[in-house]
Ligand binder design. Structure first.
Ligand SMILES: Nc1ncnc2c1ncn2[C@@H]1O[C@H](COP(=O)(O)OP(=O)(O)O)[C@@H](O)[C@H]1O
Ligand SMILES: Cc1ncc(C[n+]2csc(CCOP(=O)(O)OP(=O)(O)O)c2C)c(N)n1
Ligand SMILES: [Mg+2]
Length: 335
């Protein structure tokens, strides 16, 4: 018998998916009209982020497990970026009726594994399953500040240090390889997966440093965000909100670019190894690393790499004192 959603039906599919999700620390999890979460802090952090087949992922490149993982990781990072601790997630899944329920089970397994790895004790507390012409995963995440103040984009002050926790440029470097192979060449994709599993994971199932959000807040971070659209563009958001200039250290950025070069294959015919210049562009504007960019009045906590200093002046991003164009991802930019 067919395992397609169209044959199995919504209710039976949910009965197979829900048990695979971790029992979160929720007062009431999936199964009723709404979930119930405790909010001892009296306030709730809330964020939402969707992943759409086509602009955000390709079925030929991502396994269902990886899609579930990434949907969790990117949403958890937004709570971390406020200095918060994630407390629960809601997942609205839309899929074509020819999707097999086994694929949805694998998505759920990826979600559970990502929560276990990145935010232990947190899980999916509810969601929605509906039909659509393409696959999409819309996730909403809640978080707690546990009495602390939120770390906004607007708090950076001249004299603060700029620091970053996470990877930079690798998610974009992996995407560049995938685009070079394309969606039709299944054996090429398989070879890439075999050859560069760690690099591909940075794009397909990333592990942003979720716990470092609370650590940064406790260390007195004055501003913070997760780098989703590219370092320069996201740095310019802190600069704009804080009305300061972020002056990045060119030598530190060059070292990160060297790591990107080292992570890429040297002998790929379709995608020749990028030079330092192209690797630097991936570090500066690649996006999707979801590491935490923060400013600190004192030494950043362990795990954060010093990337520059905050200076007085018009909102801008500088490298070694020279203004740069804040390039990065825009979902509506012409491709
Ligand atoms: N459709 C929308 N309606 C209301 N607010 C939105 C919408 N889309 C984005 N926002 C808000 O605009 C801000 C920037 O969004 P986004 O770039 O997606 O943030 P992030 O990069 O942190 O995920 C966020 O505060 C977000 O909540
Ligand atoms: C097939 C495919 N094309 C393009 C990209 C690149 N891409 C998709 S979303 C994105 C940036 C972040 O996405 P967005 O939904 O804007 O995240 P947010 O800023 O809201 O956190 C990038 C670089 C991709 N990952 N996969
Ligand atoms: Mg964010």
């Amino acid at each position: 018998m067919s395992d397609d959603l169209g044959a199995v039906g919504e209710r039976a599919a949910l009965a197979r998916i829900i048990p695979r999700l971790r029992r979160a620390q929720a007062l009431l999890g999936p199964g009723d009209d709404a979930a119930l979460l405790a909010a001892p802090d009296g306030r709730v952090l809330l964020s939402t982020d969707a992943m759409i087949e086509g602009p955000d992922f390709r079925r030929a490149w991502s396994t269902p497990y990886e899609l579930g993982w990434k949907a969790m990781a990117t949403n958890l990072a937004d709570i971390a970026a406020m200095g918060g601790r994630p407390t629960g997630l809601l997942v609205a899944l839309a899929a074509p009726e020819r999707t097999s329920v086994a694929e949805l089970e694998a998505i759920a397994d990826g979600m559970a594994a990502a929560c276990d790895a990145l935010a232990p004790g947190v899980g999916v507390v509810g969601g929605d399953l509906t039909r659509a012409p393409i696959l999409s995963l819309s996730v909403t995440v809640t978080g707690s500040l546990d009495g602390r103040s939120p770390v906004l984009r607007s708090g950076a002050r001249p004299g603060d240090l700029v620091a970053y926790s996470g990877r930079l440029g690798l998610a974009a470097a992996a995407l560049r390889l995938l685009f070079a192979v394309g969606e039709e060449d299944a054996s090429g994709i398989a070879a890439l997966r075999r050859g560069r599993p760690e690099l591909l994971r940075e794009q397909l199932a990333p592990s942003p440093p979720i716990r470092d959000g609370v650590r940064a807040a406790e260390a007195g971070a004055t501003a913070m965000l997760d780098v989703s659209d590219g370092l320069l563009l996201d740095a310019s958001r802190i600069a704009g909100a804080s009305r300061v200039a972020l002056d990045l250290d060119g030598a530190a950025l060059e070292r990160l670019a060297a790591e990107v070069v080292a992570a890429l294959p040297a002998d790929e015919e379709d995608a020749p190894r990028p030079g330092r210049h192209e690797a630097l562009a991936l570090v500066l504007g690649g996006g999707e690393d979801h590491g935490l960019l923060a400013t600190f009045p004192d030494e950043p906590p362990a795990g954060f790499l010093r990337l520059g200093v905050v200076r007085e002046g018009l909102p801008a991003v500088l490298i070694d004192g020279a203004p740069v164009d804040p390039t990065g991802w825009d979902s509506f930019a012409p491709s």
